[in-house]
Design a protein around this ligand. Structure first.
Ligand code: PEP
Ligand code: MN
Length: 345
């Protein structure tokens, strides 16, 4: 951070500010030019000291503060990209992780048919909503605990990890008993109590980008989770609201390399909610892998026409099985893989 003083500031004003900076455990370095004095503060010891330093802004002799440090220190980019391990599944490594399954768990039959298909096609994580955020209060809101139990059972049967959304701070413990990864949906990306609660659980967290959120706000939401106790965070781009109405949302694919450049977390893409259209899920999935996404989350239903939610954007099991090898080819073209390592010849 750089503290720039007004031209009228006296040596005494500068010394008073330097004392405050020292009291926060920082080392002020005074720079003098013909016009003004500024003080450089390097190595801010933590976010609390950072917040206290920002309050210097109200001192009359100070003209402006220039913040150099990133506001999200815990998750900020490190020398090498970070990985998130969920037992044997690694996000952010060589493999592009496929997460697939129905929008919402509707029945055992529907869930198990989806799970069997996605496991066979190379997915390693099963998705499925038990508690659904719905725009309309009249819509289906999920089967709750019964769905959590089915997800756990299907995960075990087909050797898949399970991700499902939690919307309520009071349900974090319950959902964590049945799932391997807790999903925070787009609508809750800025529900800070919920972010803190999932962080406290220590569970891996899949954090969707809010539909109106800038990348920095998304990363700050991840910082909430990280500072509350879980650094195993996977970011998920799921499209943002723009003026365009041809698609449900606008897939901001550039957020993948942007977020990966700014933080050390893996970034995956959800082309289903991003487009809202089954015909666009394949092309956007391939584009996401080519752009460096560490995984994909794709909605799959054994019979999309009959789906209770998001049928228009769900792939049939046959469509998913056809897409998976195409995704593998794109991953291999950029030196990555989907599924097990290719055995040496
Ligand atoms: C979902 O993945 O089921 C979902 C509701 O997505 P989003 O939060 O991105 O709308
Ligand atoms: Mn959905």
């Amino acid at each position: 951070m750089i503290v720039v003083f007004k031209p009228s500031a006296s040596e005494n004003d500068v010394e008073l500010v330097c004392e405050k900076i020292r009291s926060l455990g920082c080392n002020p370095l005074v720079m003098r030019t013909a016009e003004r004095i500024s003080v450089h503060v390097e190595e801010i010891p933590g976010p609390e000291a950072g917040e206290s330093l920002k309050r210097l802004r109200s001192i009359a002799s100070i003209d402006q503060l220039i913040m150099l440090a990133k506001p999200y220190e815990r998750i900020a980019a490190k020398d090498s990209p970070g990985t998130v391990e969920v037992e044997d599944i690694i996000f952010g490594g060589d493999a592009v992780v496929l997460i697939a399954g129905p929008c919402t768990v509707e029945s055992e039959e529907q869930l198990f048919a989806s799970a069997e298909c996605v496991a066979r096609a190379g997915a390693s994580v099963l998705r499925g909503g038990a508690y659904k955020p719905s725009t309309s209060p009249y819509s289906f809101h999920g089967l709750g605990v019964a769905a959590l139990e089915m997800l756990e059972e299907a995960g075990k049967r087909f050797a898949l990890k399970v991700v499902t959304e939690v919307m309520d701070t009071r349900k974090v413990e319950l959902v964590a008993e049945h799932a391997d990864i807790l999903q925070i949906g787009a609508r809750n990306m800025q529900n800070y109590d919920l972010l803190r609660e999932v962080g406290r659980s220590g569970m891996p967290v899949l954090l969707k980008r809010g539909m109106h959120a800038r990348i920095e706000e998304w990363l700050l939401a991840a910082e909430y989770v990280a500072t509350s106790g879980s650094e195993r965070i996977i970011l998920c781009e799921r499209g943002i609201r723009t003026f365009e109405t041809a698609t449900r949302n606008t897939l901001d694919l550039s957020s993948v390399p942007v977020a990966k450049g700014l933080c050390s977390l893996p970034v995956i893409v959800d082309p289903s909610h991003a487009t809202g259209r089954r015909d666009l899920v394949g092309p956007m999935s391939k584009a996401a892998v080519a752009a460096g996404a560490d995984g994909l989350m794709i909605e799959v239903h054994p019979n999309p026409e009959d789906a209770l939610k998001d049928g228009a954007q769900s792939l049939s099991t046959e469509e998913f099985e056809k897409l998976a090898p195409e995704l593998k080819a794109v991953a291999e073209a950029i030196g990555r893989r989907i599924g097990d390592p290719v055995p040496a010849a």
